[in-house]
Write a protein that binds this ligand. Structure first.
Ligand code: UDP
Length: 323
């Protein structure tokens, strides 16, 4: 049985990856320090013999006994609110955390896939973004802690690949949504749906003309699986190229939820990217991957998940655990 370590395994993406690899017959070891992760995302897996959970901070030395075939490094705060609240941890998990993962991979002879992000492109001057674009990032702006951590993580991973011959994979993830996002982590989809469910006004930042391209989580997980099993070590964009302005996105959520609250316009956060859309030519050619779930379908599944949560969870804190 192949054994895989998934850091950030209790988070939004990490927990969906745990599900997928358990289903594929792997022995899955999820690791999480639970700063932003949530055990409720993986509690259904605890009874399985091929699932283990380690409560551990990946920025500290990692010990995993026995054979390890794959490591997925998905531990990191991933929303602007989170990484503004815990900037140092964000930098540490992208630097010390990946160093520990790569060291562990060398000892075990494991293949490593790291979660990078469209944020490496910053506020992009090239549209749509191809993997060849180097980005437009402000290292000392509020997003710098996340963007630069992820850029360092890519550099470190590539160095282990070229210098040590380690098998590595780099995925650049564009905005992704689905069940198990944290309602109050500040990201736009849980923000809008949470506001609709609590009966609050819908908050659009800026004039809402900025664009994003939203990928449903199952599509993303399929892309990750294919990249991990491929032999391609350069970065690959995975995302849904269907681009929409935040204003139009708000309209879609208002229609879906039937909220009668009004829309309010707030200041645009500093360095908020104006537009973002993945060029997925590489993913199509190398992995034979493209997204299958359109926004209407994905949003419906996601809304059903949120509205069936216990009411008190609508008021979860943005970061709800001590650290
Ligand atoms: N946004 C918004 N209202 C909110 C939360 C976010 O208009 O209540 C905007 C935000 O300014 C950004 C977009 O939605 O332009 C996506 O934000 P998110 O934090 O989800 O992700 P990112 O900016 O990292 O793509």
């Amino acid at each position: 049985m192949k054994r895989i370590l998934i850091t950030g395994g209790a988070g939004f993406l990490g927990s969906h990856l745990c599900d997928r690899f358990v289903k594929e017959g792997f022995h899955v070891i999820a690791m999480d320090n639970l700063i932003t992760g949530d055990l409720r995302n993986i509690e259904h897996l605890f009874k399985l013999p091929n699932f283990e959970f380690y409560h551990h901070d990946v920025s500290k030395f990692i010990h995993v006994p026995g054979q390890l075939d794959y490591i997925l490094h998905f531990a990191s705060p991933a929303s602007p609110i989170d990484y503004l609240k815990i900037p140092i941890q964000t930098l540490k998990v992208g630097s010390l955390g990946i160093h520990n993962c790569l060291g562990l991979a060398r000892v075990k002879g494991a293949r490593v896939l790291i979660a990078s992000t469209s944020e490496v492109y910053g506020d992009p001057l090239v549209h749509p973004q191809t993997e060849e674009y180097w980005g437009h990032v402000n290292p000392v702006g509020p997003r710098g802690v996340y963007d630069e951590a992820k850029r360092f993580q890519e550099a470190m991973t590539m160095a282990y690949h070229t210098y040590h011959g380690l098998e590595t994979r780099i995925i650049r993830i564009f905005n992704t949504y689905g069940p198990r996002m944290r309602l109050n982590d500040g990201r736009v989809l849980p923000a809008f749906i949470g506001q609709a469910l609590r009966g609050e006004d819908i908050t659009i930042f800026g004039d809402g003309s900025q664009t994003r391209s939203f990928c449903y989580v199952d599509d993303l997980v399929e892309g990750i699986y294919r990249l991990l099993m491929s032999d391609y070590a350069q970065p690959v964009n995975i995302g849904n190229p269907s681009e929409i302005t935040i204003k139009d996105f708000a309209e879609e959520i208002i229609k879906l939820t039937g909220t009668t609250q009004k829309v309010v316009y707030l200041d645009l956060p500093k360095d908020d990217p104006k537009q973002r859309q993945p060029d997925i030519t590489k993913a199509k050619e190398i992995l034979g991957w493209e997204p299958k779930v359109d926004r209407a379908e994905g949003l419906k599944i996601t809304y059903d998940y949120f509205r069936n949560l216990p009411k008190e969870r609508l008021f979860d804190e943005a970061i709800h655990r001590e650290f």
